[in-house]
Design a protein around this ligand. Structure first.
Ligand code: NDP
Ligand code: 8X3
Length: 247
């Protein structure tokens, strides 16, 4: 199951895992995109795809979708908690409360709702792998990153907490934290301002969704007794959250 499969890292993960022959549950809010992706995958790979259209912020809808899975789909063995976003880049005294609440509700509470719905099945089967998409913003705080960075620090803490709590149930928990990835992330952050979004990636080669997806796929191929706890993946031209080599 991949949350946030309509775009960017989640979509790239869907393509990667399809090429490895996994059955896929793809989720997001933009259902047309999910249906098109399902068609694309089923036309090119011998895998079945199930589309679930819900907003991770709505626990009622999360539960209805996941608890309602048929026998054929309900045994989720890999959960990729990818759905997330940044909104705004403002100093703390000027930030938008709406932006803050949406980031907190999506990146922290949404990840919790989905995990709470999926983890009991993994526990009952004594196997599973939860992969949380963190960020360099979960390791460092950068100017005007305040609330987004806080949500990704929370993902870091939750990844550690889940690993401890799920340890005795044979469930692996991995956090994968990317630096700059060229996706729709900046367009969303800047509320649709495409020009401002493009500027973020000027002068250096950012990661692409598939660079991250390759690493996500890799950690799932390791033997069951091996777990990558935590992995930071950066563009070669980015040393830390705010230090880039730009030409
Ligand atoms: P995109 O904007 O391209 O994709 C974000 C995905 O999240 C979309 O599929 C979107 O689906 C989904 N999503 C957002 N809000 C919700 C919601 N409320 N309910 C359900 N799905 C939601 O960005 P990325 O691929 O870059 O982002 C994926 C993850 O990677 C995020 O957690 C982000 O924080 C993280 N990340 C990104 C980095 C980057 O530089 N791009 C770097 C480090 C981490 P839809 O809108 O259809 O619901
Ligand atoms: C996305 C990367 O540095 O823009 O998590 O916060 S950054």
């Amino acid at each position: 199951m991949i949350t946030g499969a309509t775009s960017g890292i989640g979509r790239a993960c869907a393509m990667r895992f399809a090429s490895l022959g996994h059955k896929l549950i793809l989720t997001g809010r933009r259902v047309n995109r999910l249906e098109n992706l399902k068609k694309e995958i089923e036309n090119t790979h011998e895998v079945a795809v199930l589309v679930l259209d819900f907003d991770v912020r709505n626990n009622h809808d999360v539960r209805a979708a996941i608890d309602g899975l048929s026998e054929e789909w309900k045994e989720i063995d890999i959960l990729i908690n990818n759905a997330g976003l940044a909104l705004g880049l403002d100093p703390i005294e000027e930030g938008s409360l709406e932006d803050w609440e949406q980031m907190i509700d999506t990146n922290i509470k949404g990840l919790l709702y989905v995990t709470r719905a999926v983890a009991p099945g993994m526990k009952a089967r004594k196997t599973g792998h939860i992969i949380n998409i963190g960020s360099i913003a979960g390791r460092e705080v950068y100017p005007k990153g305040n609330v987004y960075c806080s949500t990704k620090h929370a993902v870091d803490a939750l990844s550690q907490g889940m690993r401890i709590d799920l340890l005795s149930h044979g469930i692996r928990v991995t956090q994968i934290s990317p630096g700059a990835v060229k996706t729709e992330f900046s367009k969303v952050r800047f509320h649709g301002d495409e020009e401002r979004a493009q500027n973020v990636y000027k002068g250096f080669k950012p990661l692409e969704g598939d660079d991250v997806a390759g690493v996500v796929a890799y950690v799932t191929t390791l033997p069951p007794h091996v777990n990558i706890n935590d992995l930071l993946i950066m563009p070669t031209a980015q040393a830390s959250a705010a230090i880039f080599h730009k030409e």
